[in-house]
Design a protein around this ligand. Structure first.
Ligand code: KG4
Ligand code: ZN
Length: 348
């Protein structure tokens, strides 16, 4: 079964074609970073307008790369939420129009659920991090809007056991990057600068270390960086050792909490497989620490390659496949599908 996936929940317009929910035939992303960078963050109105410009060329280039035409696809999956409603609407309406044109079933899926199940796709992963997870697994989704820990029984069966009480981890990365004068999006810039720094140079706080809670909090560490910076006479030069030390120390505080809580939960609930996904799982220190702690606990950790960690449509097609298989009846291919900024998980 060949599924076309479409993703437009934030600032990436993406399309992908997947065979049987696992094999990537093509996977394309048109990034809007240069458009939003001058404003220091995503401007929702500009994002939706640009999705309109990009969405059909991205779908077309996916089909071309796979050597397929629209009639060759068996179903369409689209991210219907959560995200920016104006942006989501572009993908949802295009998906509905395409499904109508070729008379194929359509399913709206949840973007976070797609991150959580992304490692079910076949990929050539980095050493130690690849391989399909076995159910049940523990999944940490760390993105710009979410830091959520789920027990995953099967596709469609999830139990939330922890979440951030304030900022998402990615939001903290982006806000601290802004304080440091780094361009948007800041997470990857901090990651880069941190490689030159000493992670033990400054001891930033690790919030909610209580053993019985799997909730997270990142506003404290963000404020601690702000307080630290306001105590300095001037902001260190980006190329300086002091600047790299701040980045490395902040990153270490965030990664410490993410890794410690996730693997404590895995041990407590006896999980042998752990998934880490979402944009922040592109972070090199998080990937290295997760692998290290997993190995020392006899746990297998699955973190996809970066193109499947950050926003993409392969994960949308992969998840959509599970819902489309064998369910072509009522409720699928519907014209009533709508975008929602607070979409529940499951098929829509
Ligand atoms: O999943 P994603 O692409 O979009 C959302 O669903 O939010 O995640 C975006 C987030 C941003 O906050 C971005 O700064 C962060 O992921 N991010 C990183 C890295 N690459 C992306 N954070 C830390 N280190 C990175 N290498
Ligand atoms: Zn995302």
């Amino acid at each position: 079964m060949i599924v076309l996936g479409i993703e437009s929940s934030c600032d990436e317009t993406a399309a992908a074609l997947l065979c049987d929910g696992r094999q990537i035939l093509s996977n394309k992303v048109a990034s809007q970073i240069p458009i939003h960078a001058r404003y220091g963050g995503v401007v929702p109105e500009l994002a939706s307008r640009n999705h309109i410009v990009e969405v059909l060329p991205v779908v077309r280039s996916c089909l071309e790369e796979a050597g397929l035409g629209l009639p060759d696809i068996d179903g369409i999956a689209v991210a219907a939420g959560p995200g920016l409603v104006g942006s989501l609407l572009v993908g949802v309406e295009v998906a509905k129009a395409l499904a109508y044109c070729v008379d194929r079933p359509l399913v709206g899926v949840n973007h976070i659920e797609a991150h959580l199940t992304a490692p079910l796709i076949d990929y050539e992963g980095p050493q130690g991090l690849s391989g399909t997870p076995n159910f049940p697994y523990l999944g940490l989704v760390v993105s710009g809007g979410h830091t959520h820990l789920y027990e995953v029984e099967a596709v469609g069966s999830y139990k939330l056991i922890g979440a951030t009480r304030d900022d998402a981890a990615g939001e903290a990365f982006d806000k601290v990057a802004k304080m440091l004068g780094l361009p948007y999006p800041g997470g990857v810039q901090i990651d880069r600068a941190a490689r030159r720094g000493d992670a033990s140079a400054i001891r930033f706080p690790r919030a909610l270390p209580r053993k019985d809670s799997f909730d997270f909090s990142f506003s404290g560490v963000k404020t601690a960086v702000l307080t630290y910076l306001s105590g300095l006479d001037t902001l260190p030069e980006e190329s300086s050792e002091a600047f790299a030390d701040i980045c490395a120390s902040f990153q270490e505080a965030v990664v410490d909490v993410l890794v410690n809580k996730t693997f404590r939960a895995a041990r407590k609930h006896g999980f042998k497989d752990v998934v880490v996904s979402g944009g922040v799982s592109a972070n090199s220190r998080l990937r290295a620490r997760a692998l290290e702690v997993a190995n020392s606990n006899g746990i297998k950790v699955h973190i996809p390659p970066i193109r499947l960690c950050t926003d993409n449509a392969a994960m949308i097609a992969g998840l959509g496949h599970h819902y489309l298989v064998g369910k072509k009846g009522a409720g699928f291919g519907q014209s009533g599908l709508n975008a929602s900024s607070r979409l529940p998980m499951g098929a829509h």
